[in-house]
Design a protein around this ligand. Sequence first.
Ligand code: CP
Ligand code: NVA
Length: 302
Amino acid sequence: MKKDFLCLTDWSRDELEQIFGLTRELKAKQKRGEEHHLLKGKTLGMLFEKSSTRTRVSFEVGMFQLGGHALFLSSGNTQMGRGEPIKDTARCMARYVDGVMIRTFSQSVVEEFAACSSVPVVNGLTDLYHPCQVMADLFTVSEHRANWRELNYCWIGDGNNMANSWINAAAVFGFELRVATPDTYRPDGTVMERARKMGARISYTNSPREAARGAHVLNTDVWASMGQEAEQKEREIAFQGYQINTELLKTAAADCLVMHCLPAHRNEEITDEVIEGPHSIVFDEAENRLHVQKAILATLMQ
Ligand code: CP
Ligand code: NVA
């Protein structure tokens, strides 16, 4: 049975830890310049209905480093962008490629695609989730802190795709997560409820200070995600105070780590000073997209 990577809670803690193990191995090999062609001769189709820098480059370079090949397909240049049914696109693509990565709006699109595809499908971001990013984020924390499973994490800002995936991660791995968003921008209710049913240790507040107090890892993201550009102005007003800055860091653990998936709007959700400061691990996170995704692709497509 083929497996997909659409949502973190579809995977068990052991399976995700195995992906981290393979990530460590592949990253070390890549740093030593050792060949690791686990996907020799295989092809990944990459469908993008939204912009990307990190996701596109890391998946494409990752496939190359694994001895395979990646195809970049943007919605504007495919028949899917002209309304060809997902089920037809999915079945045709599966006749050519060995795996598909999709970045799109609705989670239901990646789910329908995966249901109709005989090859593995990876979620490269939807409005609901960004699972590859949170895997890279957790792997990055594990490189900086051996006790990453026991740390207190907080999410400050919009209850968006990244927040939802952090909630899923808290449910699977069992770490404590405090979420602070404005009342009207809470994370997805269904995601939160499912996580709580899974026994997740998640608390919600509308106070960034409360969420950040004593936190070991602080995480944020843009106030307006892709597709919400028209809401930028009203969101700038609603999110005032939801910023990771030097003042807020004083309430967190002294050796706290600060994360952001990027791209960032500097001096909105995070100050330039913090992103460039000693607590920030944002570029390690960005790098680890490459290593973690290679492990995900090898796990699914080998
Ligand atoms: N973090 C992330 O997914 O970046 P891109 O939008 O540049 O791919
Ligand atoms: N929440 C952001 C993440 C970008 C990587 C967005 O969806 O635009």
